[in-house]
Design a protein. Structure first.
Length: 276
């Protein structure tokens, strides 16, 4: 941790300590009104709430060179009643990884749907942390696949890529695309190896696809690489799509995949499928 980080951490702690009153954290008000010389909580009160020594906490607020473990930093976050974004900032200032946050998708689905609908004629889809389909637009349904037509437990990018014969027949270079998605999925499983949905998809695909079994055992790990995929659509003809992947700040677990027609001709071919 640099001196600048320690100074910023000290300022952060002092600012958030000063905004709390004793009653905010379950402590009684001072018996003598006006006796509290500083606004907010005292250092000793924060230290007691977090279960740390007053000396250690004082040094932290003074920007001294001391180490802070994840457990202690998380205890400070609870003591100071920090919101998730504030908790994340505290951890970053202390030189720690971001806290694990479980995001909820449900209430945001109409907003996500409006976003992908606005991207027509480019096919667009949003996946969750398990690469399940969340929302998609009409261009994606017509050019690639309609996830609504898939069984609910099969609405997954990896499952679709390895088991959908129509998609495989349309893609000019199916294997590198399938390997790339498998590599991204392997990273997701490594981040959360106990996730039941991820492990179930792996087990079922291991039985359904010989290519998946072989490639999975190689333990591929790869980030997304910008690319253009070519498909031969039975109605629109040859179409090239440039792939983009973006994370949503409001929910970093959500992955927006935008497939932009690579040329004006590709765009025109996509548009022919979208005409009423």
């Amino acid at each position: 941790m640099t001196d600048n980080h320690r100074a910023e951490l000290a300022d952060f702690l002092k600012a958030h300590r000063s905004r709390l009153r004793p009653t905010d954290v379950g402590l009684p008000e001072d018996l003598v009104p006006g006796r509290r010389r500083t606004p907010g909580l005292r250092r000793e009160e924060v230290a007691e709430l977090a279960g740390v020594s007053l000396t250690w906490y004082t040094w932290l607020e003074q920007g001294r060179k001391i180490a802070a473990s994840p457990q202690v930093v998380d205890a400070l976050a609870r003591a100071l009643r920090l919101e998730p974004v504030q908790h994340r900032q505290l951890r970053r200032l202390a030189g720690l990884a971001d806290p694990v946050v479980k995001y909820q998708v449900g209430e945001g689905i109409p907003r996500l749907q409006r976003m992908v609908d606005a991207m027509v004629p480019a096919p667009a889809v949003v996946h969750d942390a398990r690469l399940d389909f969340v929302v998609w637009n009409s261009a994606f349904s017509r050019i690639r696949t309609d996830p609504a037509a898939l069984a609910p437990d099969r609405r997954n990018l990896l499952w679709w890529m390895f088991t959908d014969g129509r998609n495989r027949a349309m893609m000019r270079h199916w294997e590198p695309a399938a390997r790339a998605i498998l590599s991204q999925f392997r990273v997701l499983l490594g981040n959360d190896p106990g996730d039941p949905r991820l492990t179930r998809v792996v087990a079922e695909l291991g039985s359904a696809s010989a290519e998946f079994r072989t490639w999975w055992s190689e333990y591929p790990v790869r980030d997304f690489q910008p690319t253009i995929i070519g498909i031969d659509h039975p109605e629109a003809g040859p179409v090239e799509l440039e792939l983009f992947q973006l994370r949503l700040v409001e929910n970093p677990e959500l992955l927006l995949v935008l497939q932009l027609p690579a040329t004006d001709d590709d765009r025109a071919r996509v548009m022919t499928l979208l005409k009423p």
